[in-house]
Write a protein that binds this ligand. Structure first.
Ligand code: DC
Length: 219
């Protein structure tokens, strides 16, 4: 049976994961966060002190998998649940670097395609509509200004004790945008047939409602 595949791409901090979770809960689809897979690989490399130039040698042995518990994604390295450990600013930056390496992308590409073949999914990332699921039923490109994205991240982190200053968060976002858009393999860009949704002026609820509307119009 053909599964329904919805691709959501966009830069860091545009609200992809929060919005995709809301929409997938409403539609009864599985939400797949591909950024978490790149983060898990980055964590493995960091913990094992593997330099970028040696990744190709080790990537075959990196066992990343996803489990869905009540529809909620957990990320595993081997049998260790690393879903929380991958959410630090250091791993964000490391993931942005390691995700530029073709051998890393090739390994995760296979896993992502398999998930899409077997499940009705909303998958978010940077290259889902352009590379991983070029035939997705619906493609959305979700964005917001860099300042607004930094603002949102700052608000999220400000509840934690070691919150970095706003300027540092903005600088990181601009750096990650640059890395993601300028790498040679599968750079972040809007697919020709993707619908652009700019959430700078929208609340989460408004963004989710807009995306649900776009999906329902098309499937
Ligand atoms: O969405 P995120 O911030 O969790 O993603 C972490 C990094 O992984 C990000 O800098 C870009 C990379 N990534 C990617 O290259 N391709 C994807 N499909 C998803 C994420």
């Amino acid at each position: 049976m053909k599964t329904v595949n919805i691709a959501i791409d966009g830069p860091a901090g545009a609200g992809k994961s929060t919005i995709a979770k809301m929409v997938s809960a409403e539609m009864g689809y599985i939400y797949v966060d591909t950024g978490a897979m790149y983060r898990a690989v980055a964590l493995y490399l960091t913990e094992n002190n593997i330099p970028d130039e040696d990744i190709e040698k080790y990537i075959g042995g990196v066992d990343v998998s996803l489990k869905f518990i009540d529809g909620v994604q957990r990320v595993y390295l081997g049998d260790r649940d690393v879903s929380e450990l991958i959410r630090t600013p250091e791993i964000s930056m490391a993931a942005s670097r390691t995700s530029a390496i073709p051998a890393v992308r090739a390994r995760l590409f296979d896993l992502q395609q398999k998930l899409a073949r077997e499940n009705n999914i909303i998958m978010d990332g940077r290259d889902i509509g352009t590379v991983v699921l070029p035939n997705a039923d619906v493609k959305i490109f979700l964005t917001a200004s860099a300042e607004e994205r930094a603002n949102r991240r700052y608000k999220e982190l400000s509840e934690k004790p070691d919150c970095p200053p706003y300027e540092e968060i903005l600088k990181d976002i601009i750096q990650r945008d640059y890395n993601d858009m300028n790498r040679e393999t599968a750079p972040l860009k809007q697919a020709e047939d993707a619908v652009l949704v700019d959430t700078t002026e929208l609340t989460l609820e408004q963004s989710a409602a807009r995306i649900t509307e776009i999906i329902k119009e098309r499937i």
